[in-house]
Write a protein that binds this ligand. Sequence first.
Ligand code: AMP
Length: 131
Amino acid sequence: MPVSGLGPYDTNNVFARILRGEIPCRKVYEDDHALAFHDIAPRAPIHVLVIPKTPYVSLADFATTAPPEAVAGFFAAVANTAKTLGLEQPGYRILANMGAHAHQEVPHFHVHLFGGRPLGPMLIEDWSGSI
Ligand code: AMP
C-alpha cells in the first residue's frame, strides 16, 4: 500500500525494525549515518536500499528537517555503497519514492540503488500527456 510520505513517523515500519535488529537484512554497507542492504524483491541484478539511521518519513521530511551534516553524510553513504558494490565504473541509478503517486510503501526515507545491467530509460514510456 502506498503511504503519504508526510508522517507522522511510524516507529514500527519495517526499516525501523531492521535498524533495531528485529528483522534481518543482507547488509552491504554501514557507517554512522546510513545502513545499506539488499532489497527483498529486487528489480535489477543489483537492487540495494540505503536508509538513514535516524527516523525520517520521506525525502520531504529528511531534506527539510535533518541537520545538514546528516544529509551530507547520508548521500556520501549512498555513493560509498555504490563504490562498495563495484558500480562506479559501469554506472548505476538512484531513486527515492515520495508519497502516493510515487508508490512509496515504506514510511522511512530510503534511496533505491540499481545496477548490474544497462538500465534503459528513466521511466516506462507509457505517458502520453503534454507539458
Ligand atoms: P518504496 O516503494 O520506495 O517504499 O520501496 C520499499 C522497498 O522496500 C520495496 O522495494 C520492497 O521490496 C522493500 N522491502 C520491503 N520489506 C523489506 C525487507 N524486509 N527487506 C528488504 N527490502 C524490503
